[in-house]
Design a protein around this ligand. Structure first.
Ligand SMILES: NC(=O)c1ccc[n+]([C@@H]2O[C@H](COP(=O)([O-])OP(=O)(O)OC[C@H]3O[C@@H](n4cnc5c(N)ncnc54)[C@H](O)[C@@H]3O)[C@@H](O)[C@H]2O)c1
Length: 294
């Protein structure tokens, strides 16, 4: 199958290309060059905000996996217009381009940010959607466009909502790095691990490679017009995370600082639907995932 991966130079995009290269013919588009050498011939510089570029990239493709996005919650709060430009208009361009090219399936990488504060745990796909940031709003708006392109233009789609994914390929220099990327960087630099608040807040962490495996399975299966959570189904507290990292590194200093305003207390995915539909579970435990950084 010919598969286009938007955001092909990103963290998830790079694992998607690795997985797809085994049995398919993937190509990628991104604003930047891939950091992985063997991906360089596959990824072209195309901005998803440019409809003409998007249309050219989709020509001849069977499946489009749309993973490119403005990914920072903080940036979306500072500049909601620019966030919407990439996450809403960019998605609209990819949808329009996919319909023009006769693409058979459009897989949209959304986010658990569409749910906002969990009203119950674990969070299933029918949970109310009240995003707390402009990033969550733009991901949810894009989901509505994807679903409505399915209804009005007959484009087959799958929407995947990852919870917190991580890997050594996340950009450690980004001020918006996730908690695991930050903790690993402090551990490497011999700095104390700074936990915001009491550390009892939980998150559902999944390795980016497991997210890519799930999306690959979605690409290869006949499922269409589905919305699926993507997580481990297990809550890990920030204290547990720091303790696991500390034991891997032979003991680290851990400090607590003030809590982050508006931080969500608990977030865990209900993965029943995805497990049933795809018959797949994540393979990489948090311990092995953390060990893969060193
Ligand atoms: N990292 C997480 O925990 C997480 C959780 C839920 C959902 N997601 C979603 O997963 C997807 C991938 O996230 P990631 O962590 O791999 O992020 P990433 O920043 O590593 O990858 C995103 C890629 O998109 C590219 N991009 C941004 N704007 C673009 C544009 N206008 N045109 C073309 N390319 C552009 C970036 O250059 C980057 O390479 C995103 O859609 C994100 O919203 C991420």
């Amino acid at each position: 199958m010919k598969v286009l991966v938007t955001g092909g130079s990103g963290q998830l995009g790079s694992y998607l290309l690795d997985e797809l290269m085994k049995n398919h013919e993937p190509l990628g588009i991104d604003l930047r060059e891939p950091s992985i050498g063997e991906h360089r011939p596959l990824v072209s510089r195309v901005d998803i905000r440019d409809l003409i570029g998007a249309k050219k990239a989709c020509e001849g493709m069977n499946v489009v996996i749309h993973a490119a996005a403005q990914v920072s919650v903080e940036k979306s709060v500072l500049d909601p217009r620019s966030d919407a430009d990439t996450n809403i208009i960019g998605t609209l361009n990819m949808l329009e381009a996919s319909v023009s090219a006769g693409v058979k399936k459009f897989i949209y990488v959304s986010s658990a940010a569409v749910y906002g504060d969990p009203q119950y745990i674990p969070v299933d796909e029918n949970h109310p959607k009240t995003p707390k940031s402009f990033y969550g709003v733009s991901k949810l708006a894009a989901e509505h466009y994807v679903r409505t392109y399915g209804d009005c233009r007959g484009l087959g789609y799958v929407i995947v909502r990852p919870f917190n994914f991580y890997s050594p390929r996340a950009d450690p220099m980004s001020p918006y790095s996730g908690v695991i990327t930050k903790f690993v960087q402090w551990a490497r630099q011999g700095k104390p691990i700074m936990i915001e608040g009491d550390g009892e807040q939980t998150r559902d962490f999944i390795h980016a490679k497991d997210v890519a495996r799930m999306i690959l399975s979605t690409t290869e299966s006949s499922i269409k017009n589905e919305i699926l959570n993507c997580g481990s189904g297990r809550g890990t507290s920030i204290n547990e995370l720091a303790a696991t990292l500390s034991s891997l590194r032979g003991g680290l200093e851990i400090e607590h600082v003030g809590p982050r305003t508006g931080d969500i207390r608990h977030s865990v995915a209900d993965v029943k639907q995805a497990t049933e539909v795809l018959g797949l579970r994540p393979e990489i435990s948090i311990e092995d995932g953390l060990a893969s950084f060193f």
